[in-house]
Design a protein around this ligand. Structure first.
Ligand code: MG
Length: 229
């Protein structure tokens, strides 16, 4: 694997940053506007794409899952997210994130073919809002997003294609590494044949992510050989 081009796809929530509940509050405000009972959103959003979260809340609220309502709810969510993020006192970049990105960027500067991107269930605009708070958005050249596909494996595949294009090679020629914090990240990585690093940062215990190639307690423990082999 040493000389093969590598596409690295980072999850956002619970992997790079925690938004201190701003994402959930923004979703719940959007649900409330569509007269869904608050209890309909009483489930873990961890690892779900934004579109899948709205679909599940509509289903639990026994609402018809209508594309127009789904799109309108997502639009309202983005508006509320822009409002919630700047005043979210619990927002923080998780430990080890800057160091991991610095390490990868040093390898790129040395000439290694590595594309550093995102693999996230967030809509692209939501991802940008969440990462701009900490000036992290500009560190990722591309990504696979919840706006690409509702299914996490499919959006990772979009991220891989874009990363391969950035490196000027085809998707078949790259090693893909997915870094995430939920069992859904692990199963989606497996589904596309990617290497997976699971970070048990809080929401999910290590033993729920044993299918990952490497399971760590924090991004602080990530070494370059975990990422690049
Ligand atoms: Mg996550």
């Amino acid at each position: 694997m040493r000389d093969r081009p590598v596409v690295v796809l980072f999850d956002i929530d619970g992997t790079l940053v925690t938004c201190g509940g701003a994402g959930r509050r923004a979703m719940e405000r959007a649900f409330d506007e569509h007269t869904l009972a608050r209890s309909t959103s009483d489930f873990s959003f961890g690892g779900m794409t934004d579109r899948a979260i709205v679909r599940e809340a509509l289903r639990r609220g026994e609402r018809d899952v209508d594309d127009a309502i789904l799109e309108a709810t997502l639009e309202r969510y983005l508006t509320h997210l822009a409002d919630e993020l700047p005043r979210s006192t619990g927002y923080r970049v998780l430990e080890g994130v800057h160091e991991t990105l610095d390490g990868l960027e040093r390898e790129v500067a040395r000439g290694r073919r590595i594309a550093i991107g995102l693999g996230t269930g967030n809509l692209v605009r939501g991802a940008e809002l969440k990462l701009r708070v900490a000036d992290l958005w500009g560190r990722f050249g591309f990504g696979g997003f919840g706006s690409d596909h509702e299914d996490r494996a499919r959006l990772l595949d979009h991220g891989r294609s874009r990363g391969a294009a950035e490196l000027g090679v085809s998707s078949e020629d790259v090693v893909t590494v997915v870094i995430g914090d939920t069992p859904r990240d692990v199963s989606a990585a497996r589904a596309i044949g990617a290497r997976c690093i699971a970070i048990a940062s809080g929401s999910f215990a290590r033993d729920t992510m044993l299918d990952a190639d490497v399971t760590l307690d924090s991004m602080r423990e990530v070494r370059l050989d975990h990422l690049l082999g």
